[in-house]
Design a protein around this ligand. Structure first.
Ligand SMILES: Cc1cc2nc3c(=O)[nH]c(=O)nc-3n(C[C@H](O)[C@H](O)[C@H](O)COP(=O)(O)OP(=O)(O)OC[C@H]3O[C@@H](n4cnc5c(N)ncnc54)[C@H](O)[C@@H]3O)c2cc1C
Length: 204
């Protein structure tokens, strides 16, 4: 599917891209990802926007020397190809859920939490998010509008990393865990006895 990038913002090393459909619009579930192709380079990216929105939003961390992410400064106004959706870390109406995100792992949680907020779904929701610095967090102001419990950690500003210890106060057998970030980040939440665990993870 052809999309055009009509908005790019940069905060620290994190880009937020918005792309509008040139023909038909992609249908997806909150939490899914797509394959983006720009100028012959193809990479998977989680969708950060809610499915009801006209445009797709992405939250992308720039990697030094990365093929795709080195091109983000030139992508405004360009056409990209979107294939998908893919992925099983989908939100299916759960009302007791803990969302654990590190770095760009926040992207699919944004889609899910925006959807929950927009649909006015009532539940027992907790978001744990860690990233290096406040400067790498493009969604700080939006968090303030959500009526959910949020823990933020900035690991280069002296905060500890998120770990299984952070979940000690929860009776996890009642909760679905949504986990997204690097593979080592995701692995620490594997065997905690949660009702269900849904994971999307990639190499750091
Ligand atoms: C399901 C899924 C969802 C994802 N969602 C997101 C998301 O929402 N946001 C996000 O930011 N990322 C996401 N990713 C990661 C994303 O797909 C890319 O892997 C990432 O953006 C890096 O792409 P790149 O082309 O810039 O880097 P690449 O060119 O693929 O390089 C990756 C790393 O290797 C290093 N490298 C490359 N070549 C060399 C070399 N010759 N020698 C030494 N080092 C080298 C680069 O410096 C870079 O750090 C997701 C991945 C998956 C699997």
């Amino acid at each position: 599917m052809k999309y055009e990038v009509k908005y790019v913002s940069k905060q620290g090393n994190v880009y937020v891209l918005r792309a509008w459909p040139l023909e038909e619009k992609l249908s997806f579930k909150p939490g899914q990802f797509v394959m983006l192709t720009y100028d012959g380079i193809r990479r998977p990216y989680s969708i950060a926007s809610s499915p009801s929105w006209e445009y797709l939003e992405f939250m992308i961390t720039k990697k030094e020397g990365g093929q795709f992410t080195s091109r983000l400064d030139e992508i405004l106004g360009k056409e990209i190809d979107v294939q998908g959706p893919f992925g099983h870390m989908t939100y299916e109406g759960e009302t007791k859920a803990i969302f654990l995100a590190a770095g760009a792992g926040l992207a699919p949680m944004m889609s899910i939490l925006r959807y929950i907020h927009e649909q006015e779904i009532k539940g027992d929701f907790h978001l744990f998010f860690s990233t290096r610095t406040r400067a790498n967090h493009p969604y700080q102001s939006e968090f303030k509008y959500w009526d959910i419990d949020i823990v933020e950690r900035f690991t280069r500003e002296g905060d500890s990393r998120l770990s299984a210890k952070d979940l000690e106060g929860f009776d996890l057998k009642d909760y679905t865990l949504f986990v997204c970030g690097s593979i080592p980040f995701a692995q620490q939440f594997k065997d905690l006895g949660a009702k269900k665990i849904k994971v999307e993870a990639w190499n750091p």
